[in-house]
Design a protein around this ligand. Sequence first.
Ligand code: FES
Length: 162
Amino acid sequence: MFRFRISALILVIVVCISVWAYWEIRRAENQIREMIAEEPSAVFVAGRLEEYTQAGVYTKFKDPHAVWLVRLSEGKLVAIRSICTHLGCTPDWQANEKKFHCPCHGSEFDMNGLNISGPAKRPLERHKIYLDGETIMVDKSTTFHGELDQWTQADSFVLPQS
Ligand code: FES
């Protein structure tokens, strides 16, 4: 009789642990699914070409995507990553001086993203930019580095027809 009680107790414990483990695994699966669903996409829509007719820096995607859309004087439209290449702070666009200024250690970059003063040793990076019809798309999973002569590569800029 005693052996039966011990066996029954062990069986109850095993069943309880199994049920608990099952629910913990289900809960972890749901958390992982939610995290994947919330992961922001690397690709975003940046509007249409007619929104960028004037040369200059367009700042509306800085906060949501850490990207400046910049229409360069030669007409190219580029997507500059708003992360300082020194130690990763976020520079500000200073329209009056026409340069990006990093508040952390004073690096400055011109409108092209070229480093012009301060401790940053390389230009700001550019993201992939391309057209889907008339819609501008930016893909943050791909970057182009000026110091590696990658700014002439396809998809490092869009050149709107004039
Ligand atoms: S992080 Fe920008 S200058 Fe140091």
